[in-house]
Write a protein that binds this ligand. Structure first.
Ligand SMILES: CSC[C@@H](O)[C@@H](O)C(=O)COP(=O)(O)O
Length: 309
Protein backbone atom coordinates (compact mmCIF):
# COMPACT_ATOMS: atom_id res chain seq x y z
CA UNK A 1 0.00 0.00 0.00
CA UNK A 2 1.33 3.40 -1.00
CA UNK A 3 0.11 6.54 0.76
CA UNK A 4 1.19 8.64 -2.23
CA UNK A 5 1.17 7.67 -5.92
CA UNK A 6 2.26 9.65 -8.96
CA UNK A 7 0.31 8.67 -12.06
CA UNK A 8 1.50 10.28 -15.29
CA UNK A 9 0.25 13.82 -14.67
CA UNK A 10 -1.53 13.75 -11.34
CA UNK A 11 -0.98 12.84 -7.71
CA UNK A 12 -3.05 10.37 -5.69
CA UNK A 13 -3.13 10.57 -1.90
CA UNK A 14 -4.85 8.17 0.47
CA UNK A 15 -7.60 10.32 1.96
CA UNK A 16 -6.71 10.00 5.64
CA UNK A 17 -9.81 11.92 6.73
CA UNK A 18 -11.84 8.85 5.76
CA UNK A 19 -9.79 6.16 7.51
CA UNK A 20 -10.36 3.67 9.05
CA UNK A 21 -13.83 3.36 7.48
CA UNK A 22 -12.93 3.92 3.82
CA UNK A 23 -9.73 3.48 1.88
CA UNK A 24 -9.99 6.00 -0.96
CA UNK A 25 -7.51 8.06 -2.95
CA UNK A 26 -7.84 11.83 -3.35
CA UNK A 27 -6.81 13.10 -6.78
CA UNK A 28 -4.65 16.22 -7.11
CA UNK A 29 -4.57 17.62 -10.65
CA UNK A 30 -2.83 20.88 -9.79
CA UNK A 31 -0.72 22.38 -7.02
CA UNK A 32 -3.73 24.03 -5.37
CA UNK A 33 -5.33 20.61 -4.90
CA UNK A 34 -2.19 19.50 -3.06
CA UNK A 35 -2.29 22.61 -0.86
CA UNK A 36 -5.92 21.81 -0.02
CA UNK A 37 -4.90 18.22 0.81
CA UNK A 38 -2.07 19.33 3.12
CA UNK A 39 -4.11 22.02 4.91
CA UNK A 40 -7.10 19.73 5.44
CA UNK A 41 -4.98 16.72 6.41
CA UNK A 42 -6.01 14.49 3.54
CA UNK A 43 -2.26 13.83 3.71
CA UNK A 44 -0.38 14.37 6.97
CA UNK A 45 2.78 13.32 8.78
CA UNK A 46 6.07 15.13 8.16
CA UNK A 47 7.68 12.91 5.45
CA UNK A 48 4.39 12.49 3.55
CA UNK A 49 3.77 16.24 3.60
CA UNK A 50 7.28 16.74 2.21
CA UNK A 51 6.76 14.30 -0.67
CA UNK A 52 3.33 15.79 -1.47
CA UNK A 53 4.82 19.30 -1.45
CA UNK A 54 7.55 18.19 -3.89
CA UNK A 55 4.88 16.96 -6.32
CA UNK A 56 2.95 20.21 -5.80
CA UNK A 57 5.98 22.12 -7.14
CA UNK A 58 6.19 19.61 -10.02
CA UNK A 59 2.49 20.12 -10.85
CA UNK A 60 2.95 23.91 -10.81
CA UNK A 61 5.93 23.54 -13.13
CA UNK A 62 4.05 21.26 -15.54
CA UNK A 63 1.23 23.83 -15.70
CA UNK A 64 3.72 26.68 -16.34
CA UNK A 65 2.60 28.49 -13.20
CA UNK A 66 4.66 31.25 -11.58
CA UNK A 67 6.90 28.82 -9.69
CA UNK A 68 8.14 31.20 -6.98
CA UNK A 69 4.58 32.26 -6.14
CA UNK A 70 3.32 28.67 -6.12
CA UNK A 71 6.26 27.59 -3.95
CA UNK A 72 5.47 30.29 -1.40
CA UNK A 73 1.84 29.15 -1.20
CA UNK A 74 2.96 25.53 -0.78
CA UNK A 75 5.44 26.49 1.97
CA UNK A 76 2.63 28.25 3.85
CA UNK A 77 0.24 25.30 3.77
CA UNK A 78 1.41 23.97 7.17
CA UNK A 79 4.10 25.64 9.25
CA UNK A 80 5.65 23.08 11.59
CA UNK A 81 7.01 20.02 9.72
CA UNK A 82 10.32 21.12 8.23
CA UNK A 83 10.19 18.36 5.59
CA UNK A 84 7.76 20.57 3.68
CA UNK A 85 10.25 23.48 3.44
CA UNK A 86 13.07 21.05 2.65
CA UNK A 87 11.16 19.39 -0.21
CA UNK A 88 10.04 22.71 -1.76
CA UNK A 89 13.64 23.99 -1.66
CA UNK A 90 14.96 20.85 -3.32
CA UNK A 91 12.40 20.73 -6.14
CA UNK A 92 12.51 24.47 -6.75
CA UNK A 93 16.28 24.52 -7.20
CA UNK A 94 16.26 21.53 -9.54
CA UNK A 95 16.28 21.72 -13.36
CA UNK A 96 13.47 19.17 -13.46
CA UNK A 97 11.04 19.50 -10.50
CA UNK A 98 9.21 16.32 -11.52
CA UNK A 99 12.41 14.26 -11.65
CA UNK A 100 13.41 15.69 -8.27
CA UNK A 101 9.99 14.93 -6.75
CA UNK A 102 10.26 11.34 -7.99
CA UNK A 103 13.75 11.15 -6.46
CA UNK A 104 12.44 12.42 -3.09
CA UNK A 105 9.63 9.83 -3.35
CA UNK A 106 12.07 6.93 -3.93
CA UNK A 107 14.45 8.19 -1.25
CA UNK A 108 11.62 8.23 1.29
CA UNK A 109 11.03 4.52 0.72
CA UNK A 110 14.74 3.73 1.14
CA UNK A 111 15.09 5.99 4.17
CA UNK A 112 12.22 4.48 6.14
CA UNK A 113 13.57 0.98 5.58
CA UNK A 114 17.03 2.06 6.79
CA UNK A 115 15.45 3.66 9.89
CA UNK A 116 13.60 0.38 10.47
CA UNK A 117 16.82 -1.66 10.23
CA UNK A 118 18.74 0.57 12.66
CA UNK A 119 15.82 0.85 15.06
CA UNK A 120 14.99 -2.87 15.11
CA UNK A 121 18.37 -3.51 16.75
CA UNK A 122 17.13 -1.56 19.79
CA UNK A 123 14.02 -3.71 20.22
CA UNK A 124 14.11 -6.84 22.37
CA UNK A 125 12.01 -9.93 21.82
CA UNK A 126 8.84 -9.53 23.91
CA UNK A 127 8.96 -5.73 24.14
CA UNK A 128 5.83 -3.70 24.69
CA UNK A 129 6.13 -0.37 22.87
CA UNK A 130 4.11 2.80 23.31
CA UNK A 131 3.65 5.16 20.36
CA UNK A 132 1.88 8.49 19.94
CA UNK A 133 0.14 9.91 16.85
CA UNK A 134 0.86 8.13 13.55
CA UNK A 135 4.44 7.87 12.35
CA UNK A 136 3.61 4.94 10.11
CA UNK A 137 3.23 4.16 6.42
CA UNK A 138 0.46 6.76 6.26
CA UNK A 139 2.88 9.48 7.39
CA UNK A 140 5.40 8.58 4.66
CA UNK A 141 5.26 7.09 1.15
CA UNK A 142 5.00 3.72 2.87
CA UNK A 143 6.57 1.68 5.74
CA UNK A 144 6.84 4.46 8.35
CA UNK A 145 9.41 5.79 10.82
CA UNK A 146 8.37 4.89 14.41
CA UNK A 147 6.00 2.20 13.10
CA UNK A 148 8.71 1.26 10.57
CA UNK A 149 10.98 0.33 13.49
CA UNK A 150 8.18 -1.78 15.00
CA UNK A 151 7.42 -3.33 11.58
CA UNK A 152 11.11 -4.20 11.03
CA UNK A 153 11.43 -5.79 14.49
CA UNK A 154 8.22 -7.79 13.89
CA UNK A 155 9.46 -8.93 10.45
CA UNK A 156 12.67 -10.16 12.09
CA UNK A 157 10.58 -12.46 14.27
CA UNK A 158 10.72 -10.37 17.47
CA UNK A 159 7.47 -10.60 19.40
CA UNK A 160 6.39 -7.00 19.95
CA UNK A 161 3.17 -5.59 21.35
CA UNK A 162 2.06 -2.00 20.88
CA UNK A 163 -0.01 0.47 22.87
CA UNK A 164 -1.30 3.38 20.74
CA UNK A 165 -2.28 6.66 22.32
CA UNK A 166 -5.52 7.73 20.65
CA UNK A 167 -3.98 11.20 20.02
CA UNK A 168 -6.67 13.79 20.62
CA UNK A 169 -8.04 15.81 18.97
CA UNK A 170 -7.82 14.20 15.51
CA UNK A 171 -7.24 10.61 16.60
CA UNK A 172 -4.24 9.72 14.40
CA UNK A 173 -3.34 6.95 16.87
CA UNK A 174 -6.84 5.48 17.03
CA UNK A 175 -7.80 5.91 13.38
CA UNK A 176 -4.47 5.40 11.61
CA UNK A 177 -1.82 3.63 13.74
CA UNK A 178 -4.20 0.97 15.06
CA UNK A 179 -5.48 0.36 11.51
CA UNK A 180 -1.93 -0.03 10.13
CA UNK A 181 -0.76 -2.35 12.91
CA UNK A 182 -3.87 -4.53 12.59
CA UNK A 183 -3.16 -4.92 8.87
CA UNK A 184 0.35 -6.18 9.76
CA UNK A 185 -0.99 -8.54 12.44
CA UNK A 186 1.07 -6.77 15.10
CA UNK A 187 -0.72 -7.01 18.48
CA UNK A 188 -2.04 -3.56 19.37
CA UNK A 189 -4.18 -2.01 22.09
CA UNK A 190 -5.69 1.45 21.99
CA UNK A 191 -5.52 3.67 25.07
CA UNK A 192 -6.66 7.21 25.83
CA UNK A 193 -3.74 9.63 25.90
CA UNK A 194 -3.98 10.12 29.65
CA UNK A 195 -3.56 6.36 30.31
CA UNK A 196 0.03 6.20 29.08
CA UNK A 197 1.56 7.59 32.32
CA UNK A 198 -0.31 4.99 34.36
CA UNK A 199 0.91 2.18 32.09
CA UNK A 200 4.51 3.32 32.49
CA UNK A 201 4.08 3.55 36.27
CA UNK A 202 2.79 -0.04 36.25
CA UNK A 203 5.91 -1.21 34.37
CA UNK A 204 3.84 -2.17 31.32
CA UNK A 205 5.90 -0.27 28.74
CA UNK A 206 9.46 -1.24 27.74
CA UNK A 207 10.09 1.50 25.17
CA UNK A 208 8.46 4.58 23.71
CA UNK A 209 8.98 5.33 20.00
CA UNK A 210 7.54 8.39 18.31
CA UNK A 211 8.17 10.28 15.06
CA UNK A 212 9.11 13.95 14.62
CA UNK A 213 8.03 17.02 12.69
CA UNK A 214 11.25 18.87 13.37
CA UNK A 215 14.51 18.11 15.17
CA UNK A 216 16.86 20.94 16.09
CA UNK A 217 19.25 22.11 18.76
CA UNK A 218 17.43 21.67 22.06
CA UNK A 219 14.93 18.95 21.20
CA UNK A 220 12.22 17.55 18.99
CA UNK A 221 8.84 18.89 17.90
CA UNK A 222 6.10 16.31 17.49
CA UNK A 223 2.34 15.89 17.87
CA UNK A 224 0.78 17.56 20.92
CA UNK A 225 1.00 15.16 23.86
CA UNK A 226 4.51 13.94 23.06
CA UNK A 227 5.97 16.11 25.85
CA UNK A 228 3.72 14.55 28.50
CA UNK A 229 4.65 11.06 27.31
CA UNK A 230 8.35 11.96 27.46
CA UNK A 231 8.04 13.40 30.99
CA UNK A 232 6.36 10.23 32.23
CA UNK A 233 8.94 8.06 30.45
CA UNK A 234 11.78 9.93 32.20
CA UNK A 235 10.08 9.60 35.59
CA UNK A 236 9.55 5.84 35.17
CA UNK A 237 12.90 5.20 33.39
CA UNK A 238 11.39 4.02 30.11
CA UNK A 239 13.72 4.60 27.10
CA UNK A 240 12.24 7.28 24.82
CA UNK A 241 13.23 7.08 21.13
CA UNK A 242 12.47 9.39 18.22
CA UNK A 243 12.58 7.88 14.71
CA UNK A 244 12.95 10.34 11.82
CA UNK A 245 14.77 10.92 8.53
CA UNK A 246 17.61 13.45 8.22
CA UNK A 247 15.19 15.65 6.22
CA UNK A 248 13.42 16.37 9.54
CA UNK A 249 16.54 18.06 10.97
CA UNK A 250 16.67 21.85 11.11
CA UNK A 251 20.37 22.65 11.39
CA UNK A 252 19.88 26.43 11.40
CA UNK A 253 17.49 27.16 14.23
CA UNK A 254 16.84 26.33 17.85
CA UNK A 255 13.88 24.01 18.42
CA UNK A 256 12.27 26.85 20.39
CA UNK A 257 12.13 28.95 17.19
CA UNK A 258 9.69 26.47 15.60
CA UNK A 259 6.29 27.83 14.66
CA UNK A 260 3.80 25.60 16.44
CA UNK A 261 0.67 25.30 14.32
CA UNK A 262 -2.60 26.26 16.00
CA UNK A 263 -5.63 24.60 14.50
CA UNK A 264 -9.34 25.38 14.59
CA UNK A 265 -11.54 25.12 17.66
CA UNK A 266 -13.99 22.61 16.15
CA UNK A 267 -11.33 19.89 16.35
CA UNK A 268 -11.57 20.18 20.14
CA UNK A 269 -15.23 21.13 20.52
CA UNK A 270 -16.49 18.14 18.53
CA UNK A 271 -15.77 14.46 19.01
CA UNK A 272 -16.94 12.02 16.34
CA UNK A 273 -19.25 14.72 14.96
CA UNK A 274 -20.86 15.49 18.38
CA UNK A 275 -20.27 18.73 20.27
CA UNK A 276 -18.79 17.92 23.69
CA UNK A 277 -18.54 21.41 25.24
CA UNK A 278 -20.96 24.30 25.67
CA UNK A 279 -21.56 26.55 22.66
CA UNK A 280 -19.11 29.48 22.39
CA UNK A 281 -16.44 27.75 24.50
CA UNK A 282 -13.05 29.34 23.91
CA UNK A 283 -10.44 26.87 22.72
CA UNK A 284 -6.66 26.74 22.43
CA UNK A 285 -5.59 24.00 20.04
CA UNK A 286 -1.80 23.74 19.49
CA UNK A 287 -1.06 20.83 17.15
CA UNK A 288 2.50 20.13 18.34
CA UNK A 289 4.74 20.41 21.39
CA UNK A 290 8.46 20.42 22.13
CA UNK A 291 10.28 17.50 23.78
CA UNK A 292 13.57 18.80 25.24
CA UNK A 293 16.72 16.81 24.41
CA UNK A 294 17.31 15.66 27.99
CA UNK A 295 14.09 13.60 27.84
CA UNK A 296 15.20 11.77 24.67
CA UNK A 297 17.28 8.59 24.87
CA UNK A 298 18.33 8.59 21.18
CA UNK A 299 17.22 9.48 17.67
CA UNK A 300 16.93 6.73 15.06
CA UNK A 301 17.81 7.97 11.55
CA UNK A 302 18.66 6.34 8.22
CA UNK A 303 22.32 7.09 9.00
CA UNK A 304 22.25 5.32 12.36
CA UNK A 305 21.35 6.01 15.97
CA UNK A 306 22.44 9.40 17.24
CA UNK A 307 22.23 11.55 20.35
CA UNK A 308 19.63 14.33 20.47
CA UNK A 309 21.01 17.76 19.45
C1 LIG B 1 6.58 10.15 10.49
S1 LIG B 1 5.44 11.30 10.96
C2 LIG B 1 6.01 12.14 12.39
C3 LIG B 1 5.13 13.25 12.77
O1 LIG B 1 4.85 14.01 11.62
C4 LIG B 1 3.84 12.75 13.40
O2 LIG B 1 4.11 12.11 14.60
C5 LIG B 1 2.95 13.92 13.63
O3 LIG B 1 3.09 14.65 14.60
C6 LIG B 1 1.99 14.20 12.57
O4 LIG B 1 1.13 15.28 12.84
P1 LIG B 1 -0.05 15.57 11.83
O5 LIG B 1 -0.71 16.78 12.43
O6 LIG B 1 -0.91 14.35 11.81
O7 LIG B 1 0.57 15.87 10.48
Amino acid sequence: MKTIKWEKNHLLLIDQRKLPDKLEYFKCENYKDVIFAIKNMVVRGAPAIGVAAAFAVALADLANEDLEKAAQEIRNSRPTAINLQWAVKRTLSSDSPLEEALRIYREDMETTRAIGEHGAALIDDGDTILTHCNAGALACVDYGTALGVIRAAHNKGKRVKVFCNETRPLGQGARLSVWELQMENIPVKLIVDSASGYLMQQGEIDKVIIGADRIAKGGVVNKIGSLMVALAAKRFKVPFYVAAPMSTFDEENSIYDTIIEERGSDEVLYYGGCRIAPKDTEVFNPAFDIVPSDLITAIITEDGIIDPL
